[in-house]
Each structure stands twice: as C-alpha cells, then as structure tokens.
Write a protein that binds this ligand. Structure first.
Ligand code: ASP
Length: 332
C-alpha cells in the first residue's frame, strides 16, 4: 500500500476511534449525571413565592435525580443579580436558575443589564403559573376594593406599597395597579416578598401585590386583608374573592409564569435530565396537591420543554417592553 494511502487509512482509523471514544465518554457522562448536588438559584429571599416553589419542587427532584437539589437564594435588584450570576456560572449541569416574568421585563427596566435573557442561557422548561393577590395589612381602614380605592385617592403617597425590587413581579403588579387605580403610592423595596410579607404582617407597610403561593396561608388565617385577585376569572382556591377586573380595573391581569434556565453551553443531557425530573415532580401527587392548594397552575406539557420556555420568553419580552416603557419605570 502506497505510504500516503497508508496514512489515509491510519487517519481514518484514529478519527473513527476518537469519535467512538468521545461517544462512549458522552454516554458514560450522561448515564452517570448527576454525580454531585445540583444548585437551583432562587433570585429572591427565602420564604417568598419563588422560594416556596423551588423548595417544593427541589425536594421531589432530589428523589428522582438521586442527588440533592440545593436551593441557593441570591437576592437583589429584582432578580437580575441571580440571573447575571447564572449566566456566568460554569455550564456543567450543576447550576440552574428558576425565575419568573422578570426574565422578560428586566431588559426594558434596566438600561445596564449584564446578561441577555434571550442569548446567555439554555432553556429547560416552564414550571408553574401563579395568580397574584392584592393584600393589605390587617388594620388597613378599607374593608373592600371600593373602600381601598377611596382610601388611596385620599391618602396617595402616604400609602406604602411593598415589593421585591425593580424587575420583581410584585413591583410590576404594583406599578400597573397604581396606574389602573389612578393613584400614587410610595413603593418600599425588599429582597423578596417573603420579607415584604413580614413587614405587612407587622403593619410596617400598607399594601402588597404578591403571588398566591405566598399569600394564601395568611389570607386563610385572616392575618391580612384581601382586596382582589389579578386573574381574568376567580380562583377555585379563593372563590369568594372578586377579580380586580370585576371591581372596575378593566382587563387588569397579571399572572406569574416561571421558567428554569441553565448557563449557555450546559450539556444537553443535563438539561434533558433536569427537565425530566421537573416534569416528574410536577406530576407527584403530594407536590401537585400542595401547589394546587396554593393556587398554582401547572402549564400544559408542551410548555414544559426547552422550546416551550424559549418561545414563551421571546413572546413575553416583546409584550412587556411597550407596557414598561409606557409606565416609565427604569433603573440606571
Ligand atoms: N417572586 C418574588 C419572590 O419570590 C417576588 C416578586 O417577584 O415580586 O420574592
């Protein structure tokens, strides 16, 4: 055989061998994954709705994955600190982020955002949709939304409206609520609506717009006042509570959707395995019951996929930009 033909055969052989080795290594890696605890970054403080959902699902996913899903609260700047941290994390399949509408609203809210939601992440799945409630401190002198409207018009900036920072859905809901009510209020930021709820319970603030995954137990216990729900129709879990739209805020609707993201370049096997464990957790009877009791709604299967999250994020990003620019709420 001519020397250069021999070389060609050798090159072909070693190429094939290298390819076979790479496939074997990748199969071995994906079969072994995960081999250590996985971090699920939560952009808000412990005790808030995002944290409640993350810990509930994380415990069930731990059982499926055989490795602990460790919830890490990275707070600040309405969730943008956690998103930036995750975008820069090593894409090795051991760091994921759970976040909500804030992934779509932040680019319109922050002039300087050091990550791109539509470019710096791999998409795992949508997670859960959660209604919001407008709640007040127990002794707020307004027994229903009609009286709250009158109280807000009379007291304006003397009213303290708590939220979890620019980019948080409680902030977005608060801004849209003031706009729809035609009133001004003083906004008070917290590291999450867990601490904001503590301030409301202590009477340090007057109002909060927060998710039912956090407010439901306090509403049922009678320790806060409930003025309305932010969905198009009433909730099965709060059937006697009118929507804000029923009470005069025409078309007022804010639903909190959630997604799970990985740093760009995370191995597809890890994204797929983490997504499959999430879908198993959402179907776990105990998890499904707890989330339903808290008013949370599991989206259809088609949304529980990387493509389902990616297209939804693109759609929501386009929808929110004009809304936020009209509200004129920006951070430098
Ligand atoms: N979801 C946030 C939290 O869990 C609150 C918010 O976005 O308003 O604290």
């Amino acid at each position: 055989m001519a020397p250069n033909q021999n070389l060609k055969w050798k090159t072909a052989f070693f190429t094939m061998a290298g390819w076979a080795l790479a496939c074997t290594a990748s199969t071995a890696w994906s079969q072994a994954y995960p081999t250590k605890p996985i971090t699920l970054v939560v952009p808000f403080a412990a005790g808030g709705p995002t944290d409640v959902v993350a810990r509930t699902l994380g415990a069930a996913m731990t059982r499926t994955l055989g490795q602990t899903v460790v919830v890490e609260n990275k707070t600040g700047a309405g969730g943008t600190i956690a998103a930036a941290y995750t975008a820069r994390a090593t894409p090795d399949g051991y760091t994921f982020l759970i976040h909500h509408n804030g992934m779509a609203t932040a680019p319109a809210l922050y002039r300087k955002l050091n990550y791109k939601p539509l470019a710096d992440f791999d998409y795992v799945s949508q997670v859960i949709d959660v209604p919001m409630t407008v709640v007040g401190r127990k002794d707020l002198p307004a027994k229903d939304f009609k009286e709250l409207m009158a109280y807000a018009k009379a007291n304006g900036d003397k009213i303290n409206l708590a939220h979890a920072g620019l980019g948080a859905v409680s902030h977005l809901c608060g801004v849209l609520l003031r706009q729809a009510m035609g009133v001004s209020m003083t906004t008070v930021p917290y590291q999450g609506t867990g601490p904001a709820m503590n301030a409301l319970l202590a009477g340090q603030v007057d109002l909060l717009c927060d998710q039912t995954t956090s407010t439901t137990p306090y509403i049922k216990a009678g320790s806060i006042k409930l003025y309305g729900v932010t969905t198009a129709s009433r909730l099965k879990t709060l059937p006697d509570t009118p929507t804000l739209a029923e009470q005069g805020l025409k078309d007022f609707q804010v639903v909190v959707w959630h997604g799970i993201y990985a740093p760009k370049g995370t191995p597809k096997e890890a994204v797929d395995k983490f997504g499959a464990a999430l879908r198993t957790a959402l179907k776990d009877p105990a998890v499904a019951q707890r989330l339903a009791e808290l008013g949370a709604i599991v989206p259809p299967d088609a949304k529980l996929t990387p493509a389902g999250l990616q297209s939804w994020l693109q759609q929501e990003s386009a929808r929110y930009e004009p809304v936020i620019k009209a509200a004129g709420q920006f951070a430098d």
